[in-house]
Design a binder for this molecule. Structure first.
Ligand code: FPP
Length: 265
C-alpha cells in the first residue's frame, strides 16, 4: 500500500516535471520540421525474447506518443522513416507485418489525429506497396486534409537516392525538350523535384538505437540539419527522450555555413 502510494507520487512528480519542460521548450525556438529514423524495434523485442514484430508493434505506440507531444510543442512537420526501399530485403512475414501497421495505427488512432488537428501525409513510392496499405493512408490523408496542425509525414517505401535520380531525370527531360537550359539549373530544381517539396527541410534529425548513419534517408534535405543520435531504442523513446533532443537542439548555434552572434561582429 505504502509502496503504491510512493509510486503514484513519483509518477505525479514526473508528469509535473515533464509539463514544465514542455512549457519551457515550447517557449523557445521549436524545430519546425523533425525527421526521425525509428530504429531498434528488433533489439527491443529480442531483449524480451519476443518476435521482432512485437518490437514494431510497440514502436507504433511510440509513434502515437511522439506525434502527440510534437503537435503540442508546435512542431509543424514530423517525418517518420517507417519503411525504406531497402526494407523489402527483410523476411516476408516481417514485411507483411510492417505493411499492416499503418492500417492498424490509423484504424485505432485516426479519430484522435483528427481531434488533435493533425494532417497525415505520405512520402514514398506507391509501386510495390499493397493496396490495403495505400488505401489506409489515402483514407487518413482525405480525412485530415483540412487540418492545420502538425503534418505527420510517413516515409513509406522511401529511398533518398532514388528520389534524387528521379529529380535529375525530370531536369534532364526538360533540357532534352529544350524548355530548360543547362546554365539555368539550380539547387531549387532538385529541391522541387523531391517528394518533400511542399515541406521545409528538417531542422532536427533523430536516430534511435545507437546507429550513427543515414540509411538513405533525406540525403539532400539533411544538408544543414542538426543531428541527434541516442542509444534509446525506438519503443523506449518516450516524451522525456523527445524533450531531451529538443532541449539540446535549442542550445545549438546554427550557422548554415556563415557566422552567427558575436563571431559575426
Ligand atoms: C527499424 O528497426 C524499424 C523499422 C524498419 C520499422 C519502423 C516502423 C515502426 C516503428 C512502426 C511504424 C508505425 C506506423 C504507424 C507506420 P529494426 O527492426 O531495424 O530494429 P533493429 O535494428 O533493432 O533490428
Amino acid at each position: 500500500m505504502f509502496n503504491k502510494l510512493l509510486k503514484r507520487m513519483a509518477d505525479t512528480e514526473t508528469v509535473i516535471e515533464n509539463n514544465e519542460r514542455v512549457y519551457a521548450a515550447a517557449a523557445q525556438k521549436v524545430p519546425e520540421h523533425i525527421a526521425i529514423i525509428m530504429d531498434g524495434n528488433g533489439r527491443w523485442a529480442k531483449k524480451r525474447s519476443l518476435p521482432r514484430v512485437a518490437g514494431h508493434h510497440e514502436g507504433m505506440k511510440t509513434v502515437r506518443k511522439i506525434t502527440k507531444l510534437a503537435n503540442e510543442l508546435g512542431v509543424s512537420y514530423l517525418t517518420l522513416y517507417a519503411f525504406s526501399t531497402e526494407n523489402w530485403k527483410r523476411p516476408k512475414m516481417e514485411v507483411d507485418f510492417l505493411m499492416r501497421l499503418p492500417e492498424e495505427f490509423l484504424s485505432v488512432f485516426l479519430p484522435e489525429l483528427i481531434e488533435e488537428n493533425v494532417r497525415v501525409e505520405m512520402m514514398g513510392y506507391h509501386h510495390n506497396l499493397p493496396a490495403h496499405t495505400i488505401e489506409a493512408v489515402r483514407k487518413a490523408k482525405e480525412a485530415t486534409k483540412d487540418n492545420t496542425g502538425l503534418v505527420l509525414n510517413f516515409a513509406l517505401n522511401y529511398g533518398s537516392r532514388a528520389e534524387i535520380v528521379d529529380a535529375v531525370k525530370n531536369i534532364a527531360a526538360q533540357v532534352a525538350a529544350g524548355t530548360l537550359d543547362i546554365s539555368e539549373i539550380t539547387e531549387e530544381h532538385i529541391t522541387t523535384g523531391l517528394m518533400s517539396c511542399d515541406m521545409p527541410e528538417p531542422d532536427l534529425l533523430i536516430r534511435t538505437s545507437g546507429e550513427v548513419r543515414l540509411s538513405n534517408f533525406m540525403l539532400w534535405q539533411l544538408a544543414y540539419t542538426e543531428f541527434w543520435f541516442t542509444e534509446t531504442l525506438w519503443p523506449d523513446f518516450g516524451e522525456e527522450s523527445l524533450l531531451e533532443a529538443i532541449e539540446n537542439y535549442q542550445k545549438r548555434n546554427r550557422r548554415f555555413g556563415g557566422l552567427k552572434g558575436e563571431e559575426a561582429n
